[in-house]
Every structure is written in structure tokens, then in C-alpha cells.
Design a protein around this ligand. Structure first.
Ligand code: C2E
Ligand code: CA
Ligand code: CA
Ligand code: CA
Length: 275
């Protein structure tokens, strides 16, 4: 076995070898991080644009390494999926998020992200509902954010899984709306409770007449279908004012609150100064 091992090494370019080694190390680190609960949700508020009240918090996963740096979710969620660790990681994140949400005001919603890969897991609903029941968070306080690509990739399974969740009374938000895929067929097929206009539109609509028309159209569509419209990625007061006047219901972004560790979501905690 040693011989073949040695021979095989020759097939790898040095850079490829390094890549592979890095990946193996990262996977081990990730496994360790999950086992020691180093990956936790941070929470970003979303705000009713009319009443200016926080109506909920979105859980955003953060991996805090021992040197105090954070690994962003785009670097470890796909890895967790490929390494078969996503179920364990999600259960852990979801359990923590539900427990944290119990101490928020009773009218606030916990919004939790589900990736495309997870929507092809037929046991997803069962697991989430079991955890919800164990923690005792009422179902109406939960909302799941799914992306359009999730709905399309494995349409049949995604529909079954979504149906289970919806029938159980869980609200579903369509995340990153307007990016990548044709969206209209999904909207007529599924009963979504919320549409989140992707932050790329929010970043550009003030400088682009075309993008502004798209944002207007999405808001009109939402109003027509009775779906709540959220705009994410609001960084400027002018964006907030414009979106509100366009009839957008809910806003989220650095201007309204950054993603922060759990303590900041407690009623007596203050958000740090806005920059
Ligand atoms: P997303 O669901 O679209 O989340 C919004 C992202 O925009 C977050 O990045 C958030 O920190 C960032 N953001 C919020 N406000 C602003 C703003 O005003 N300006 C800008 N430029 N960005 C803003 P983050 O936390 O790095 O998350 C990236 C993506 O990772 C998320 O995109 C989501 O798709 C995924 N993700 C995060 N947590 C989880 C999780 O627990 N499970 C799964 N499956 N995916 C997750
Ligand atoms: Ca999201
Ligand atoms: Ca989004
Ligand atoms: Ca996204």
C-alpha cells in the first residue's frame, strides 16, 4: 500500500497537492469546529419600514477561529455540504438560533437560511420541526429563507420538502430575488410569504433607471400577490427613503443593523453606533 501511495503522489502537480492538503486540513478543522460548537449564528435585524420596529432577526452563521478571526459562511457552508457535515451543522445552528429566539420579544421572527443542497433532503422538515418542538419555539415565529436556485435545482424534491414545511405552518421567504434564474414561474407555483430583493438591486437602483424599474416591478408584484417585500443590503439613508416611498415593506442592511452576536439582540442591549 505504501508503494502505490508513493507512486500516486507523482500524479499530482505540486500546487494541486497543496490545494488538496489545504482542503483536507480545512475539512478536519471544520469537523473540529462543529464538535466544539465554534460555529454560531449571528443575528441581523430586519425592520418594518412604516413603524420602524425590529420585526425579526436573520441568523447568519459565523465560524470563529481560535485566533479570533471569522470564516465567512460562503467558505464553510459549501464545504460542510461536500464533506457530509451540513446536517449536523444545521441542526446545531438551528438549535442555538431557536433557543436564542426564545428570549426575544414574542412578536419577532427568527429567519433561518436553508441552502439549495439542503432542500433536496427529504428529512429536513422532520428534523427542523423536532428541534422546534424540543426548544418550544412557536412555529409561527420561524421563517426559512430559500433561494430561487434551490427551488429549481431539484424541483420535485424541493417541492415535496417545501410543501411539508408550509403545511406545518412555517413561513418561507424567497431569498436573493431577481438574481440568476427566472423567477416568475416559482412565484405562481409556490406560496411564498416573503420576497427578499437581492442586495445587488438595492446597491444599484438609485443610479440605474432600469434597475429602479425592476425594483418597482418586484414591489408591485409582491403587493399584487399579497407577499411581503423585504429589501436587503440597505446601507444608505437615501436607499431607505426611496424604498419606503416605493412601497417596500421591510428593510435590512448595515444602515439598520449589522449582524451581531446574540447579546445584542436582547431587549436592553443597544446596537453600536451607526457609521
Ligand atoms: P444571504 O442570506 O443573502 O445573507 C445576506 C448577506 O449580506 C450576509 O452575508 C450579510 O452579512 C450581508 N449583509 C447584510 N447587510 C448588508 C449590507 O448592508 N451590505 C452588504 N454589502 N452586505 C450585507 P454573510 O453573513 O457573509 O452570508 C452570506 C451567505 O451565506 C448568506 O447570504 C446565506 O446565503 C449564507 N448563509 C449564512 N448563514 C447560513 C446558514 O446558517 N445556513 C446556510 N445554509 N447558509 C447560510
Ligand atoms: Ca438570507
Ligand atoms: Ca439574500
Ligand atoms: Ca445570498
Amino acid at each position: 500500500a505504501k508503494k502505490t501511495g508513493r507512486n500516486q503522489v507523482k500524479f499530482f502537480e505540486p500546487t494541486m497537492h497543496a490545494e488538496l492538503a489545504k482542503r483536507v486540513r480545512m475539512e478536519g478543522d471544520l469537523r473540529h469546529a462543529i464538535n466544539t460548537a465554534r460555529i454560531i449564528p449571528h443575528y441581523q435585524p430586519f425592520v418594518d419600514l412604516i413603524t420602524e420596529e425590529v420585526v425579526g432577526y436573520e441568523a447568519l452563521a459565523r465560524w470563529e477561529r481560535s485566533d479570533g478571526t471569522f470564516v465567512p459562511p460562503c467558505d464553510f457552508i459549501p464545504l460542510a455540504e461536500e464533506a457530509g457535515l451540513i446536517v449536523e451543522l444545521t441542526d446545531q445552528l438551528f438549535r442555538t438560533a431557536c433557543r436564542d429566539a426564545l428570549s426575544w420579544p414574542a412578536h419577532t421572527v427568527l429567519s433561518f437560511n436553508i441552502s439549495p443542497v439542503q432542500l433536496s433532503d427529504r428529512l429536513l422538515g422532520l428534523r427542523l420541526l423536532t428541534i422546534l418542538g424540543e426548544i418550544g419555539l412557536p412555529i409561527h415565529r420561524l421563517e426559512l429563507e430559500v433561494t430561487e436556485s434551490a427551488v429549481i435545482r431539484d424541483a420535485e424534491t424541493a417541492r415535496i420538502v417545501l410543501d411539508q414545511l408550509v403545511n406545518a405552518g412555517i413561513k418561507i421567504a424567497l431569498d436573493d430575488f431577481g438574481t440568476g434564474y427566472s423567477s416568475l414561474s416559482q412565484l405562481s407555483d409556490y406560496k411564498f410569504d416573503k420576497i427578499k430583493i437581492d442586495k445587488s438591486f438595492v446597491a444599484n437602483f438609485e443610479n440605474s433607471e432600469k434597475q429602479e424599474k425592476v425594483v418597482r416591478a418586484i414591489i408591485a408584484l409582491g403587493n399584487g400577490l399579497g407577499v411581503t417585500i423585504t429589501a436587503e443590503g440597505i446601507e444608505e439613508q437615501s436607499q431607505l427613503t426611496r424604498l419606503k416611498s416605493m412601497g417596500c415593506h421591510i428593510g435590512q442592511g448595515y444602515l439598520l443593523g449589522r449582524p451581531l452576536a446574540f447579546d445584542f439582540t436582547l431587549p436592553d442591549a443597544k446596537q453600536p453606533e451607526r457609521h
